[in-house]
Design a protein. Structure first.
Length: 320
């Protein structure tokens, strides 16, 4: 039985490799490559021109950066410096979080839309978003491959184990875009994907059972990895709250514009949130506010630590 399973796994792996090689040959042919490039440029220019016309210069650059990942250095120097100082450069570039946000929004329609239709819709939306970002973004390729695998498993009704998803993602990248495989952005993206998966498994899922705890943990990890000199937890917390709203409202307004529907309230709300981020970050650069937020951060850590001790005490009394 074990030998049979091994043969089946090898057969599936060989089939996957053949499909990927054929896909590579197809997309790297001059005709197909030209078509894909034209589609990508049309999507990018359409969206960016919409952003550029709707918002002011600094606002449009910032929004485009967090939504479709334009070069960070195009941002105004003071904004770029603030995000770098607060250990938030990863927030103004594309990561798996963008795709996770889209997936979480689509999952809200589980009880309204037929499962198969929703899966096909998800694949279309993820493909369009991947094209919008571009083919040279390693985290986007990793996240797009990962989400496609997960949606395929939903479609066929066969869950795919996480470690297999990781292997398939690496194989896809190795064959389609080998130059991206060992870049820091791909390794960090894949590393955080593994980390988020582990957060959902026991005992970590028990320890970090709230979004605030997870933000705290991720903040500490990213501060260590990126060797941040002046990390700011409140800035990270603020951005984690406002970013999904900016993302959803901007794309919603973009979609409505195709139907010639103008919703000024959406634009005003996005503008207010972006301006608030700019102003708040400048305020946090003062020494007083930096010291204050450190105190708040330590207080939150103390409260979480206290709740964990109380939980363990309760569990001990319950079972003894």
């Amino acid at each position: 039985m074990r030998d049979l399973l091994i043969r089946l796994n090898l057969k599936n792996l060989v089939s996957l490799l053949v499909i990927l090689v054929l896909l590579r040959l197809t997309i790297h042919s001059q005709e197909v490559k030209s078509i894909l490039s034209d589609i990508q440029q049309i999507l990018y220019l359409t969206f960016y021109s919409f952003i550029d016309k709707t918002f002011k210069d600094n606002q449009s650059l910032f929004i485009a950066s967090i939504l479709i990942g334009i070069t960070n250095q195009n941002l105004p120097k003071d904004i770029y410096t603030s995000f770098k100082r607060f250990n938030l450069l990863h927030a103004i570039s594309i990561s798996g979080a963008n795709f996770s946000l889209i997936q979480s929004l689509l999952d809200k329609f589980n009880y309204i839309i037929n499962k198969r239709i929703l899966v096909f819709l998800s694949l279309i939306i993820f493909t369009l978003y991947f094209f919008l970002i571009g083919f040279n973004n390693a985290p986007a390729l990793r996240a797009y491959t990962n989400s496609s695998i997960n949606n395929y498993s939903k479609l066929v009704g066969r869950p795919i184990k996480f470690h297999r998803t990781v292997v398939i993602t690496v194989l896809v990248t190795l064959i389609l875009r080998p130059e991206l495989l060992f870049t820091n952005s791909f390794l960090l993206s894949q590393g955080f994907a593994i980390f988020y998966h582990l957060l959902g498994q026991k005992p970590l899922s028990t320890l970090f059972n709230s979004e605030l705890k997870r933000i705290l943990l991720i903040f500490l990890i990213t501060t260590t990895i990126f060797n941040s000199q002046s990390p700011d937890f409140l800035a990270n917390l603020l951005f984690s709250i406002l970013y999904p709203l900016i993302f959803v409202f901007t794309f919603l307004h973009f979609i409505l514009s195709f139907f010639s529907i103008s919703f000024d309230l959406l634009v005003n709300m996005i503008t207010l949130m972006v301006d608030f981020i700019f102003k708040y970050f400048k305020e946090l650069e003062s020494l007083y506010n930096s010291q204050l937020q450190i105190i708040i951060f330590l207080a939150i850590l103390a409260l979480i630590f206290k709740s964990q001790i109380r939980l363990k005490s309760y569990e001990y009394q319950k079972f003894n």
